[in-house]
Design a binder for this molecule. Structure first.
Ligand code: MG
Length: 368
């Protein structure tokens, strides 16, 4: 059996070209490197924009590293045991974000040693997937928001997502109306409240905005509020999308069974990597729910190419100027390209996501 010989990590902060808020000017990356008993190497990463990247690195160094050495290096085989090992620190969140760093590196190593990309190894189903333009733009004045939407139109996107949740609903009404007018009737428009509303405010807001033809309302309520989302789903006609703040296949199952989500949006890193992401995709398909992965287009785009056909097309989220390639964070050319609103894969081995050393960095090793 090929086993895990070593795991090393490096913490860095990657500056954002377009800050996501006054206090979010960079994102935290913990890049990971595994060496297997057969000498094969793999590179992965954990990602946490604002909170917890040092804690993620510490979990990898102190808890995942020592526990994974000697376990099977086959992608997915060690996952469940390590998740159970970490569980007293939480079934999801920091623990799954950290576990993703190892999981991605193991998938990368397996694909590299087979001489293929991860999407080829999983089983590539299609040559391209559609991407949608997305922006962290609640703080943009209306003219800047419209300029951003115009850039997406010019770049060929036929679906875009904007933030809502201004303190004054009238402002959301103005912004969504102006964006819909600019988009015209045929492009898709999605809105994302980032958990800013309570149940009544969400009901009122969606009622006031839904005539603009919304493909979905994303995270209307606190992400933990299962019963609230189920009740909201009964009250409104716009599909509810969520999942960027759910961390386990069990939690996704809870929301789908309760009728609290129509569209699921797992973040591949937050759920613990490719291994649980594939299980969540299976679960979504079995419920007839659409799946549109959260952020990380250079990673989620590769998996979107390999997901089995389902009733719903997978859309990849492309936040303006936030790709790792665009931010100059990658050591190699980007593994994917997005043109005319579609993502395709470039030739590469594994995930093709090795990070170049940027700025800061504590370094930790699971073993010397
Ligand atoms: Mg969102």
């Amino acid at each position: 059996m090929t086993t895990i010989r070593s795991l090393t990590t490096r913490l860095q902060r990657v500056p954002l070209t377009r800050p996501w808020a006054a206090d979010v000017a960079s994102v935290g990356i913990v890049s990971t490197h595994v060496v297997r008993s057969d000498g094969a190497e793999g590179w992965g990463f954990s990602w946490s924009p604002q909170i917890g990247a040092p804690a993620v690195q510490a979990l990898l160094a102190h808890d995942i590293g020592p526990a994974c050495i000697g376990r099977s290096a086959a992608p997915g085989e060690a996952w469940q045991g390590l998740w159970e090992h970490l569980h007293e620190a939480g079934g999801g969140g920091i623990t799954t974000i950290a576990l993703a760093g190892l999981d991605l590196a193991l998938w990368d190593a397996e694909a590299r040693s087979a001489g293929v990309s991860v999407s080829q190894m999983v089983g590539r189903q299609r040559e391209r997937v559609r991407a949608y333009g997305s922006g962290v733009n609640l703080h943009y004045p209306l003219d800047e928001l419209l300029a951003q939407v115009q850039r997406w139109i010019d770049a060929g996107y036929d679906a875009v997502k904007i933030k809502v949740g201004k303190p004054d609903l009238a402002e959301d009404i103005d912004r969504v109306g102006a964006v819909r007018e600019l988009l015209g009737p045929d492009r898709k428009l999605m809105i994302d409240a980032n958990q800013r509303w309570d149940l009544d405010r969400a009901t009122t807001s969606v009622d006031a905005l839904s005539h603009h033809g919304l493909a979905w309302i994303e995270e209307p309520l606190r992400a933990d509020d299962l019963l609230g989302h189920a009740e909201l789903a009964r009250r409104i006609d716009v599909p509810i999308a969520l999942g960027e703040n759910l961390h386990t296949v069990h939690r996704f199952a809870d929301f789908l069974r309760a009728g609290a989500a129509h569209i699921v949006q797992p973040n591949i890193v937050r759920v613990g990597g490719i291994t649980p992401f594939l299980r969540i995709a299976e679960l979504a398909a079995s419920h007839g729910a659409a799946l549109h992965p959260h952020l990380l287009p250079e990673l989620s785009g590769q998996l979107a190419l390999a997901l089995p056909d389902s009733a719903h097309e997978v859309l990849v989220e492309d936040v303006e100027d936030a790709g790792f390639g665009a931010l100059g964070a990658l050591a190699d050319p980007s593994p994917v390209s997005i043109r005319d609103g579609s993502l395709t894969e470039n030739d590469h081995l594994g995930l093709g996501l090795r990070f170049s050393p940027v700025l800061t960095g504590a370094t930790a090793r699971s073993r010397p």
